[in-house]
Ligand binder design. Structure first.
Ligand SMILES: O=C(O)c1cc(C(=O)O)c2c(n1)C(=O)C(=O)c1cc(C(=O)O)[nH]c1-2
Ligand SMILES: [Ca+2]
Length: 700
């Protein structure tokens, strides 16, 4: 093997490492021990959310020996995006539908489980599966955000509910759509539990709330986009929205209805060094910038990182990465801090690789742009203004203004989505689970509003050919703003990263394998067949001197749901959602894999082509987000082409119109679509099923 020189030695003789063991924010309650450095006390590991652990028992020399120590089957086969936490030997893992499991982290023995009983008819509110990314620990309590918008505090010892609040207030200032869902991990700052929400694809006005960790009392709320009438929300964001954000919006119809977007649906970081909370703000709602804001203004705080005070939520600074958003370029991706040299001085900086394809280094105290460079091919901007970091738009990028359908790199799933990036304070590299998923955007000319449906203001978003879809892990040098090496994957939508003191990089892939790589050069050290695609990120901890690495397995999230069948990598099987835990010793094994999938069955032979054409439009608004392009399942939810309900209009209406399968997450649409329109959707699905049937051998 070629030995690589440690890259960092070139410009780092002796750099003080940031917050590796910093666990001070997780203070102990009487009689309850504080987490230790062998734990994984929060979503991002340490308080810099570097997805780094100093544990070094597993190294590039021995990682090939990794074994399965134990596994835990989840009670759902939907997508898994959670990163478990470990505190004092107990693992707290969350799963789809916001369920929580406490397990003995050494053996996998189930200690308790908690089901918030999220009503199945709330599933439509989420763009991207009923996933959950994790829980928070503080003072002997576990906090989980539930898909239907609650924040729940559990007793860490028993799983008993201590308090529960609705994080989505009934206020009238949230827009008409109110498609709120919560899937991100709560974060803790000064004893406050901070949580955002998602929903901008369907219609939502973004905000972040802070609740007292002990009592659940609301401490503050910060809205990320202005009140539509520039009136007071009686929230801490009032002054900055009134003075700074409002002038960057045009008071047109579309955002008044849909809420404007700016949802904080994933990353939030409390930084003990600056004593600030950074929130990653999402895309505009509707996506169509011309319809949303008359094509005017930067639309603050869309596509920004905003820094606020932990106790009050008061605005401190913002840095907007994507002004004039019309591509779903969220800034919700991993917010990480590090100590790095800038012009000869060590600075405390934020590292950020948002969807838009640029890697940013920002001063954490002031929000000042320090440097930035595209980490993948992009065609929406030709670069960044070197002084301000503002993107230089490519002429074709503003497609809602030009009216020309445009294929954009990145597309709406971004060059980097929710799977966390990691940063090694030993090697000084960031590891980005990056991808190329181009899409062609077709702008609508007229705004129309659909309750319970997607509200993009677009005629459609067309994914590129599968050959154009790529996935890599990019090792990025943030100081030089350049790539050091990359690991090629079979396709996009791979899991997030973990890097350790043993200089090992762990990642699960969309092709259903789990890997350990050498963090210095990307060499593949270990591969495990996990039986299902992986989108979550691993974490590590140590008990009784043994280092474990855990990963949640379960194909899902938006890519397989929305893009559908042609983009599925594991063609042989449906999902098996589980938690896998590895160590250097272990003798657990997975049960043999019996292939299971949705087999084609002969669809009804006749359909009405004109009805099918009408149904296609409603399918794209109401169904596509879960059931996929061209009605092909991406391997998570049932493939409607082969559904028994297709053969009978009454049975189909019972499911789609009346909600016969509500308990499974299939809501009723009879309240928003007439029986005729639902029948048109059935005709469209039958048409698609016949097309597929013809294309298989069955057609002969
Ligand atoms: O705008 C939003 O409110 C919002 C929310 C979410 C979410 O809550 O998961 C996602 C997105 N946007 C999004 O753009 C996106 O690509 C995405 C992927 C996923 C996922 O879990 O697979 N969620 C989301
Ligand atoms: Ca979005």
């Amino acid at each position: 093997m070629m030995q690589m020189k440690p890259i960092w030695k070139k410009h780092f003789p002796a750099v003080p490492f940031s917050g590796i063991l910093a666990v001070t924010g997780f203070a102990a309650r009487d009689g309850i021990a504080a987490p230790t450095s062998t734990d994984w006390p929060g979503y991002g590991g340490n308080q810099s959310e570097q997805h780094f652990s100093p544990l070094a028992q597993i190294t590039h020399d021995n990682a090939y020996r990794l074994k399965l120590a134990w596994h835990h089957d989840f009670d759902t086969n939907r997508g898994q995006e959670g990163i478990p936490i470990v505190v004092n030997g107990v693992m707290y893992a969350s799963s789809n539908w916001s369920r929580v499991f406490a397990l003995d982290a050494g053996t996998g023995r189930l200690l308790w489980s908690y089901d918030p009983r999220v009503p199945g008819d709330t599933a439509w509110r989420g763009c991207c599966d009923t996933v959950n990314r994790g829980v928070a620990y503080w003072h002997g309590m576990i906090y989980v955000g539930t898909f239907d918008g609650r924040l729940v505090a559990l007793d860490a010892g028993t799983g008993r509910e201590v308090w529960s609040v609705n994080t989505i207030p009934p206020d009238s200032n949230l827009g008409k759509a109110r498609a709120y869902s919560v899937d991100s991990a709560p974060r803790i700052a000064h004893g406050n539990v901070i949580i955002g929400n998602g929903g901008a694809e369907l219609g939502a006005r973004g905000f972040v709330s802070a609740f007292d960790g002990m009592t659940g009392k609301l401490k503050w709320r910060f809205f990320t986009v202005p009140n539509v009438d520039n009136e007071a929300d009686h929230a801490v964001s009032d002054p900055v929205l009134h003075d700074m954000a409002w002038p960057t919006w045009s008071p047109t119809e579309a955002w008044r209805v849909s809420g404007g977007g700016g949802t904080v649906w994933d990353s939030i970081l409390y930084d003990p060094v600056t004593d600030l909370v950074y929130i990653g703000v999402g895309n505009g709602s509707p996506w169509n910038y011309r319809l949303r804001s008359d094509g005017k203004g930067d639309n603050l705080f869309l596509g920004s990182i905003v820094a606020v005070q932990p106790d009050t939520g008061e605005y401190v600074w913002h840095f907007q990465e994507t002004p004039r958003d019309q591509w779903d370029y969220t800034s919700t991706q991993t917010i990480t801090t590090a100590e790095l040299p800038v012009e000869g001085q060590i600075r405390h900086v934020i590292l950020h690789a948002p969807k838009n394809g640029f890697f940013y280094m920002i001063d954490a105290r002031t929000g000042q742009f320090l440097s930035g460079q595209n980490y993948v091919f992009v065609n929406w901007a030709t670069g960044l203004d070197p002084r301000t970091g503002r993107p230089l738009f490519a002429p074709d990028a503003l497609y809602t203004l030009t009216g020309r359908n445009t294929k954009m790199y990145p597309g709406a799933l971004g060059a980097h989505n929710f799977p966390p990036m990691a940063y090694s304070p030993l090697i000084h590299l960031a590891y980005i689970p990056a991808q190329q998923v181009p899409e062609t955007y077709h702008a609508d000319r007229v705004w129309s509003w659909n309750r319970k449906g997607w509200n993009l203001g677009l005629d459609g978003v067309q994914p590129a050919d599968i050959a154009d879809m790529k996935g890599w892990t990019i090792a990025w040098d943030p100081v030089m703003q350049q790539e050091r090496f990359r690991i090629d994957h079979t396709g996009p939508w791979n899991g997030g990263m973990l890097v350790t003191g043993g200089n090992v990089l762990f990642q699960g892939l969309s092709d259903g394998t789990f890997h350990a790589y050498d963090a210095l050069n990307g060499q593949d050290l270990f591969s495990f067949p996990a039986q299902s695609g992986i989108i979550a990120a691993p974490m590590t901890y140590s008990i009784d001197g043994i280092q474990y690495v855990a990963i949640e397995v379960g194909w899902g999230g938006t890519y397989p749901l929305y893009f559908g069948g042609p983009y599925k990598h594991l063609t042989t099987t449906g999902n098996r959602s589980r938690l896998l835990v590895f160590a250097l010793e272990g003798n657990d094994r997975l049960p043999d894999q019996a292939p299971h999938d949705w087999s084609p069955v002969r669809p009804p032979a006749r359909f009405d082509a004109a009805a099918a054409q009408r149904g296609a439009a409603d399918y794209a608004t109401y169904c596509i987000g879960c059931h996929g392009h061209d009605v092909m399942s991406g391997g998570v939810l049932p493939d409607l082409r082969w559904s028994g309900a297709l053969s009978d209009d009454g049975g189909f209406y019972n499911v789609v119109g009346r909600g016969a399968l509500t308990a499974f997450g299939m809501d009723e649409f009879g309240s928003v679509l007439s029986r005729e329109r639902i029948e048109d959707i059935r005709q469209f699905i039958i048409q698609q099923a016949n097309r597929s049937w013809q294309q298989t051998t069955h057609g002969n």
